[in-house]
Design a protein around this ligand. Structure first.
Ligand code: GRG
Length: 329
């Protein structure tokens, strides 16, 4: 089965649930209400056309563990809320200063900087409130809230972003070796991109009620998946056609950030006749590295075959992993 088939199947369900989650009614009522402009900004960012990879991973992971879409959906919505908040804040002038996101003006261009910051802040809190409200089993709710908070916090998404911003002013020569530079960049991506992928599959598994061995195996799958996602993202910055680039979220080449093709070329000491890094060698090596990560992702799913739950299948997760190597946007 092609990945687009099941992403297309999940997308309307996810987007309906995202829209339903935007009421922000406070049970306390009275003065406790969401201002219209803030709600509009949140809806604008959250419902903008995205791939919905993270919420889809929550649903796929739950199904791989014999769980249901209905029980996994609160986790899917919460993860996408955190993702949307991170994109709003990442686009702000103080960070990447982008005018376009998902093919439309960024939230701060559309609503102003202050409302964009507040929409991100609100989405972050609403993600946890959504889990609190919608996960019936209190132990499961607490587990999910803890997992997501850990992934989104100082040693996860936010920490990765801080180091990523700092990395704009470093070069490969600032490290003890090209390998040390690559490991630093990998550590940034494990937090900035990987942590939410890991949280996605772990939340799906938790919603299905499986034990830690399976939750951890899915986490290893997503860690490898996330790194491969970022490596292919960097490769696409060099190789995508103009049309494909237009659909992409951000382009790191030329922003002073270290990219995997450059890092891999430096590690192999591949240089052209002028002594510059030969990025074409780096692109090939980066592709091989991504393929090795995807193999690790497949291997991590092996333990799921011990699950004897009728209807449980990791097939979609395997297909998703292969898609990372094939994607063009
Ligand atoms: C501001 C705390 C904070 C974090 C920002 C998300 C992020 C961290 C930065 C975005 C910049 C970026 C391009 C990161 C690389 C990977 C990534 C997260 C891409 C965007 O995710 P997709 O491709 O986007 O799943 P869609 O729009 O399809 O949801």
């Amino acid at each position: 089965m092609m990945v687009s088939n099941f992403l297309d199947e999940y997308r309307p369900l996810i987007e309906q649930s995202l829209s339903d989650a935007c009421d922000f009614e406070n049970p306390a009522g009275g003065a406790m209400k969401c201002p219209d402009k803030l709600r509009e900004a949140i809806r604008y960012a959250l419902l903008a056309p995205g791939k919905r990879l993270r919420p889809s991973l929550v649903l796929m992971s739950a199904q791989a563990c014999g769980g249901t879409i209905a029980n996994a959906m609160p986790g899917a919505i919460a993860v996408e809320m955190i993702h949307a908040y991170s994109l709003i804040h990442d686009d702000l002038p103080a960070m990447d200063d982008d005018d376009l996101r998902r093919g439309r003006p960024t939230t701060h261009i559309q609503f102003g900087e202050a409302t964009a910051i507040l929409a991100g802040d609100a989405l972050q809190a609403e993600a946890f409130a959504h889990l609190y409200r919608c996960v019936g089993d209190r132990i499961q709710a607490a587990h999910m809230i803890g997992e997501l908070a850990q992934a989104a916090g100082a040693s996860g998404l936010v920490g990765g972003q801080e180091d990523d911003l700092a990395a704009e002013t470093v070069s490969i020569e600032d490290f003890a070796s090209p390998r040390a530079a690559r490991e630093h960049v990998e550590s940034i991506h494990r937090r900035k991109t990987g942590a939410l992928f890991v949280a996605s599959v772990r939340l799906g598994a938790i919603s299905a009620g499986v034990g830690n061995e399976i939750i951890d195996a899915l986490g290893r799958y997503a860690e490898a998946f996330g790194l491969a996602f970022q490596i292919t993202d960097d490769v696409l910055d060099y190789t995508a056609t103009d049309e494909q680039l237009g659909k992409r979220t951000q382009k790191d080449v030329g922003r002073g950030k270290l990219t995997f093709p450059e890092l891999m070329a430096a590690e192999a000491n591949a240089r052209d006749e002028q002594g510059n890094l030969d990025v074409s060698v780096g692109i090939e090596k980066a592709r091989q590295h991504a393929a090795a990560m995807i193999q690790q992702a497949h291997d991590a799913l092996g333990v799921l075959s011990s699950l004897e739950i009728s209807g449980a299948s990791a097939g979609q997760l395997h297909t998703m992993a292969d898609y990372i190597l094939e994607r063009t946007t």
